[in-house]
Design a protein around this ligand. Structure first.
Ligand code: 5GP
Length: 193
């Protein structure tokens, strides 16, 4: 069991509606020592890839991406969520449905921060149905850049996102994959990777 799995068992709270609350160490208060270890593992898993940029999405991906970026020595770009598209300047835009807030957002990245020369590692906190990731992939592809891989902290393996993204042929590395969780007992099972 890795450090993230141990921490989820210790401090994660299973909520109704297939939501895992991890705001004491990941989504609100952030444990930087833990993020640093996660960044080290991402670097190990993508060691062979010529990554020159990390892309994430606001808000919760940003902290994880920034600490990981210190291991890769590359800049971080975060996609901004926006209800209305203000097309001031040139933007790449994708539409993303929020799993936790059940609403649709546009996510935008300024064109000047992604180009065909970029080899991108996408990082996010959670993978559920894969909507957020598909939006980020679409933005990278609109820029003519290459998705070199995807690093996720917590994948909920019982939802469809992981299967969809792996079927598209991307190297997807999730540090903890939850096989099942139960809001009434608080139990969480991980799949063995
Ligand atoms: P997806 O687009 O894959 O359905 O959902 C991914 C996004 O929804 C993540 O960026 C994350 O912010 C949020 N999310 C999905 N499931 C959970 C969850 O169980 N707990 C928390 N804290 N966030 C989640």
């Amino acid at each position: 069991m890795n450090v993230l799995e141990e921490r989820i068992l210790k401090d994660g709270i299973v909520k109704e509606g297939n939501v895992l609350k991890v705001d004491s160490f990941l989504n609100h208060q952030m444990d930087i020592g833990l993020f640093n270890e996660m960044g080290r593992i991402f670097k190990e898993r993508f060691a062979e890839k010529p990554i020159n940029k990390i892309l994430t999405i606001e808000a919760s991906g940003i902290g994880i991406a920034c600490i990981a970026a210190q291991h890769f020595q590359v800049p971080v770009v975060f996609a901004k969520k926006s209800k209305s598209i203000n097309l001031e300047g040139e933007m790449y835009v994708a539409e993303v449905e929020s799993f936790t807030h059940k609403c649709r957002n546009h996510v935008i990245v300024a064109q000047k921060f992604l180009s065909p020369d970029d080899h991108v590692l996408i990082i996010d906190d959670f993978l559920a149905n894969g909507c957020a990731l598909q939006g980020l992939i679409q933005i990278v592809q609109s820029a003519g850049a290459t998705v070199e891989g995807i690093g996720i902290a917590v994948e909920k393996g019982f939802q469809s996102g992981g299967r969809i993204i792996r079927n598209l042929g991307f190297q997807l590395e999730s540090l903890a994959i939850i096989e099942g969780m139960d809001a009434s007992t608080g139990e969480i099972q991980f799949s063995r990777q």
